[in-house]
Design a protein around this ligand. Structure first.
Ligand code: SF4
Ligand code: F3S
Ligand code: FES
Length: 234
């Protein structure tokens, strides 16, 4: 089949403003959008810039807007897209460095605010910090995050104010707050109970729709809000 890729192009060092370039390609229905981007880069224009690493939905580096929705380019097959014209743009709300590459540093600054690591200063037990199956299941969903930023950059509250910590940071906070072995839940809740914390979320659900790992993002945010409101982590 023949498809047309319409790709957002912008090199701030040379271009006054962004523009789109279109490329007509032969594609198999089972090709992924990432395969076509690689093809354009190899055979049409080597200056096309985008991030990718694992190419298998694990690293989270190739989130982009594909026909208006945040997706991982390595996980979208051409046959899943109804139109033969495929528009590819960078994720919204972040500064474009070049073409489809955005500056992720503000995203990771927000991520660091929630202390994205295990905290427990108690002396370690002789063998290991035990956890029941139920305790592990409590935060299983949010362990799946690959930090692709699809959720945060599809959130209208984040578009309105980039200081909002965003759903990805809250998902990470959730993963540690509800881990029975961790001891910094109260501090994380304090940081999230802030003008730019969880109450910037107005339950719009774009984040949940955008998540390529099918994490129940809005639900996790709701659980964090409840823990703040009740003062209880359970
Ligand atoms: Fe990506 Fe989902 Fe993690 Fe958000 S919660 S960063 S969409 S994997
Ligand atoms: Fe935004 Fe998701 Fe809340 S889209 S408003 S973080 S439910
Ligand atoms: Fe790693 Fe797509 S390239 S998730």
């Amino acid at each position: 089949m023949q498809v047309t890729l319409k790709i957002f192009r912008y090199n701030p060092e040379e271009d006054k403003k962004p523009h789109y370039e279109s490329y007509k390609l032969e594609a198999e229905p089972t090709d992924r959008v990432l395969d076509l981007l690689e093809y354009v880069k190899s055979y049409h224009d080597g200056t096309l810039s985008f991030r990718r690493s694992c190419a298998h939905g694990v690293c989270g580096s190739d989130a982009m807007r594909i026909n208006g929705l945040n997706r991982l380019a390595c996980k979208v097959l051409i046959k899943e897209l109804s139109a033969k014209k495929i528009t590819i743009e960078p994720i919204l709300g972040m500064q474009v460095i070049k073409d489809l590459i955005v500056d992720m540093e503000p995203f990771f600054e927000n991520y660091r605010v929630v202390m994205p690591y295990f905290v427990n200063d108690e002396p370690p037990p002789k063998r290991e910090r035990l956890q029941s199956q139920e305790q592990r299941e409590r935060f299983d969903d949010t362990t799946k995050c690959i930090l692709c930023a699809s959720c945060t950059t599809s959130c209208p509250s984040f578009w309105a104010n980039e200081k909002y910590l965003g759903p990805a940071a809250i998902v990470t906070a959730h993963r540690f707050i509800f881990d029975s072995r961790d001891r910094a839940g109260a501090e994380r809740l304090k940081r999230l109970n802030d003008a730019f914390g969880v109450y910037r979320c107005h339950t719009i659900f774009n984040c949940t729709v955008a998540c390529p790992r099918e994490i129940e993002v809005t639900r996790a945010i709701g659980e964090v809000k409840k823990a703040i409101a009740t003062g209880k982590i359970d």
